[in-house]
Design a protein around this ligand. Structure first.
Ligand code: HEM
Length: 415
């Protein structure tokens, strides 16, 4: 055991037992961040704050929510919204945060793509981030089911049915996921378990992993400059804070982030107070009814691009059924960005505006995703269906064909 002496302060008492100062330095006081970054690097901390808000508001909602197909709708729409004091406020906070977190996740991920933060030693940051995106998608989908309104029910119907396309085991798998032949009470209770227990535990663990993966390569910067963090940290610690290219996570980086988080919170509570409806579909204020299909089923805005890829392939190709091609394309689209470090064959780490071909590619991808999102909400008939088809093909081609070609050229030009 370590030699324990009489403590000179409370801090010293803890230091002797759990090396508190050392831990603090590893986590924050001597965790080095480049100076050359801007507000776009605050998104990670904003995401952490949003997840905390979702967690706290979720705990409060859980006190009154009833995971039972006969009671769920009323427990949300009457008990929480009308009877519990400030229940409406916590529900709006939860719903708006669930929607806005995807906006920030998309910005955070596309900032990573724009600055090439998935390359050269940062692949694990990227992979753990994409895992978070996938688990958050499952978390959002399972949460959407809980109010047991019409959209909850029919979205569950459509999405669980997709597994039916898997050869041989499809039918049995759908039944296993639903816990019944049709979406019903057991489906609700298992998605409830996922939403409030299993997935949050996994999310917390993967956020921990994501933070850990940042430790060795450190965050990127506005120029993609390769910084010798040890050397720069030494300069900083010797007092040459002006010439050092780095600052500590606390107080340097985080105190600036508090400013951006505060600005974001103004925007967030403006939405919660005045525009909470955008995060809730009007059709979901009708109770689930297995006998009445809504005329038009669509997911929340953040899944529309994937949904449009599912619907984009609306005709059979040879022996392949349209529904199966669409399901395959959507499944691939969901995980497609995970492989960014593989599609990009160049090792140039620089912002997109300094990489000509890549910059054009980046904005084409954004435009394509916006088209998919807009058309994902429209009925897939006539002209709309064809736009959906070409935008879906466009998405796949941009990742699988155009990006490798552009980046191989870039690599050759830089030799
Ligand atoms: C709730 C989910 C997430 C949380 C809480 C989170 C948190 C963070 C934090 C705190 C940072 C460091 C500061 C910053 O660059 O913003 C960071 C960096 C990063 N994250 Fe995430 N992140 C999440 C999701 C994602 C997703 C979905 C991706 C994309 C696949 C991603 C990719 C990255 C990358 C590439 C970096 C490094 C940025 C750089 O080197 O400049 N993260 N994340």
């Amino acid at each position: 055991m370590a030699h324990i002496t009489k403590a000179t302060s409370v801090r010293d008492w803890f230091d002797q037992r759990i090396a508190l100062t050392k831990l603090w330095n590893v986590l924050a006081g001597q965790y080095w961040i480049p100076k050359n970054i801007n507000f776009l690097w605050a998104m990670g901390v904003i995401l952490t704050v949003l997840f905390t808000l979702l967690f706290i508001s979720g705990l409060l909602l859980l006190m009154y929510y009833k995971p039972d197909a006969n009671l769920a709708f009323d427990s949300v729409n009457y008990t929480i919204m009308k009877e519990v004091e400030y229940g409406w406020l916590w529900r709006h906070i939860h719903a708006v945060a669930a929607s806005v977190i995807f906006l920030i996740i998309y910005i955070h991920a596309f900032v990573g793509i724009y600055y090439g933060s998935y390359k050269k030693g940062r692949e694990m940051i990227w992979i753990s981030g994409m895992l978070l995106f996938l688990i958050f998608s499952a978390e959002a989908f399972s949460g959407y089911m809980l109010p047991w309104g019409q959209m909850s029910y029919w979205a569950a119907q459509v999405i669980t049915q997709l597994f039916g396309g898997i050869p041989f085991i499809g039918g049995a798998l759908v039944e296993w996921i639903r816990g019944d032949y049709a979406v019903s009470d057991p489906t609700l209770t298992r998605f409830f378990m996922l939403h409030v227990c299993l997935l949050p535990i996994v999310i917390i663990m993967v956020i921990g992993l994501h933070f850990y993966t940042l430790r060795v390569p450190h965050v990127n910067n506005l120029e993609g400059e390769e910084i010798d963090f040890e050397l720069e940290a030494e300069k900083y610690l010797k007092g040459d804070t002006i010439n050092s290219k780095v600052i500590p996570f606390w107080p340097g980086f985080l105190s600036k982030d508090f400013f951006y988080v505060s600005l974001f919170m103004i925007f967030f509570f403006y939405l919660v107070s005045f525009h909470f409806n955008f995060a809730m579909d009007p059709i979901n204020f009708d109770p689930a009814n297995a006998a009445k299909t809504p005329t038009h089923i669509y997911p929340e805005w953040y899944f529309l691009w994937q949904y449009e890829i599912l619907r984009g392939f609306f005709f059979d190709i040879g022996p392949l059924k349209a529904a199966d091609i669409g399901a395959l394309a959507m499944a691939f689209a969901g995980i497609s960005l995970l492989f960014m470090p593989l599609y990009d064959r160049s090792d140039v780490v620089a912002p997109a505006h300094k990489r000509k071909g890549f910059c054009v590619w980046f904005w084409l991808l954004i435009i394509d995703l916006i088209i998919l999102t807009v058309y994902g909400k429209l009925p897939p008939t006539g002209f709309n269906a064809w736009i959906g088809f070409f935008a879906s093909i466009g998405y796949l081609a941009l990742l699988l064909v155009v990006l490798p070609i552009i980046t191989i050229k870039e690599r050759k030009a830089n030799k």
